[in-house]
Design a protein around this ligand. Structure first.
Ligand SMILES: Nc1ncnc2c1ncn2[C@@H]1O[C@H](COP(=O)(O)OP(=O)(O)OP(=O)(O)O)[C@@H](O)[C@H]1O
Ligand SMILES: [Mg+2]
Length: 460
């Protein structure tokens, strides 16, 4: 057996000694000893490969401890030992996910066999997880779909910046693909074999954030039972992606600035200065400049982060992408769900094209996934689309006239293309608040053409 880390949890010192002797000296593993469930759980960050767990213990017993282990790390193998537990308890433990159940005094041959299979399972699930992560992160440029000019410009910027260490700020509304772009920078660049570590600054409470980013030393604060490695350390040699950076606390903004300037930091409660080689990409859907003006965000940090900005346009201002992405997701989810949904009904296409997609690509992706799941035939129709789209379709793009349910969806209808054009123009004018210069630019047509079409369709 190659060496693994084994945690032994038993309240009896004699049993701990015996097991320690067996695992450490006879089989050559590393061993950690715990006298109760609580102290073991507090040290679970050590990531053992196997837990040997006693059932009868004062305080948290084996059953409770096992339940908590499985909640935190379902793949961690646990072998349970007991002197006098009932058959019911044994069954309960196995149902809770214990790998094996051995009675005390322990038969060493049985323990060895159980241990071997535990490590096989552990190694296998690690391998599966690694593979899965590699697949998940295998985002190539060509997984990012777009034919729109502004996005082509974004791709050009990604190409330019990928092999550099320059700090990048990705900006854009929610769901526009900020994380996807950050991953593209990392996985196409020179750091691609290093880690890509995501920190969501909005989802971690401010008082835990410092330790999340920089780690802490044992005893740094109440509850810090073990030293903990922070995300900056984990990202060494790779990229750290600071998502929703606008939500970062002012005090931490100062610390982050220092890391950018000096590449050094200290763990919470530690005085050793650590140096890391980490590329920083941050993202926000907020107007950070405005946050700077309103003193919610440090100006000096803003300029550091925004050295190389990449701005992602919302989906509604690159409408040609809607159908392209819709086709892409239809194919993807059809395959994934094992269904044969092949196309959209014409009216769904029209609705999708005209709808403003406030949740951008993510909203489109979710809408199509859901539609594919509930679809029966090979064509997605209005009734499979989310309520927001359905009501948009029946109320019409501008709320008065029913342009989204045109007679063109009936047999023998004429000029669907004209309808599409008309909708595009109406929407552009509405979304640009009547600013025709902006609307023309977003539509990718000349101003004269826009005026001509507005007159033709009698748009205000
Ligand atoms: N151009 C694109 N081509 C293919 N898929 C895309 C594209 N843009 C976004 N997606 C997909 O849309 C979803 C949302 O993208 P992502 O998570 O990168 O957005 P985000 O801007 O980080 O959103 P949020 O601000 O909500 O975190 C993801 O599933 C992503 O794969
Ligand atoms: Mg995101």
């Amino acid at each position: 057996m190659s060496s693994h880390l084994v945690s032994i949890v038993d309240d009896e010192p004699a049993v701990r000694k015996l097991l320690e002797y067996q695992f450490k000296f006879a089989w050559g593993h590393q061993v950690r000893l715990y006298e109760d469930g609580e102290s073991f759980l507090a040290g679970l960050d050590d990531q053992p490969d196997l837990v040997i767990l006693d059932v009868m213990m004062p305080g948290m017993d084996g059953v409770q401890t096992l339940r908590e282990i499985k909640r935190r790390d379902p793949d961690l193998p646990v072998i349970v030992l007991s002197a006098q537990a009932s058959v019911e308890t044994a069954i309960q433990l196995l149902k809770l996910g214990a790998l094996d159940y051995l009675s005390k005094p322990v038969d060493v041959t049985k323990l060895e066999a159980a241990t071997k299979s535990a490590f096989q399972i552990r190694d296998l699930s690690r391998e599966v997880r690694n593979l899965r992560e590699r697949m998940m992160s295998n985002v190539q440029f060509d997984n990012i779909i777009s034919s729109h000019g502004e996005m082509q410009e974004v791709f050009r910027l990604v190409q330019k910046v990928k092999d550099s260490d320059i700090v990048v700020l990705v900006m854009g509304e929610s769901g526009t693909g900020k994380e996807l772009i950050a991953r593209a920078v990392h996985y196409n660049g020179k750091r691609k074999d290093g880690p890509f570590i995501v920190v969501n600054c909005a989802s971690i409470p401010p008082d835990l954030m410092e330790s999340e980013l920089f780690g802490h030393d044992k005893g740094a604060f109440t509850g810090a039972h073990q030293r903990r490695i922070g995300k900056f350390e984990s990202a060494n040699g790779g990229t750290i992606f600071l998502d929703e950076i606008g939500e970062l606390d002012l005090a931490l903004q100062a610390k982050l600035l220092r890391v950018i300037q000096t590449k050094t930091f200290e763990r919470v409660g530690g005085n050793e200065s650590l140096t890391v080689d980490v590329r920083i990409i941050s993202a926000t859907n907020r107007d950070l400049k405005k946050d700077v003006q309103e003193t919610r965000f440090r100006e000096d940090l803003y300029y550091r982060l925004a050295t190389f900005p990449i701005v992602l346009p919302p989906l509604r201002s690159r409408r040609s992408d809607i159908l392209l992405l819709a086709e892409h997701f239809l194919k993807k989810f059809s395959e994934q769900e094992g269904k044969h949904v092949k196309r959209f009904s014409r009216s769904v296409l029209q609705t999708m094209f005209a709808y403003p997609w406030p949740g951008n690509v993510r909203e489109l992706e979710n809408a199509i996934q859901r539609a594919v799941v509930i679809a029966d035939g090979d064509t997605l129709t209005e009734k499979e689309m989310p309520v927001a789209l359905q009501s948009y379709a029946s109320n019409g793009a501008n709320g008065s006239e029913n342009v989204m349910n045109p007679p063109s969806s009936e047999p023998g209808a004429v000029m669907p293309m004209e309808r599409l054009k008309e909708n595009a123009i109406r929407n552009a004018i509405r979304l640009c608040n009547g600013n025709s210069v902006l609307a023309a630019r977003k539509l990718g047509i000349g101003r004269a053409t826009l005026y001509r079409l507005m007159k033709k369709y009698e748009v205000r």
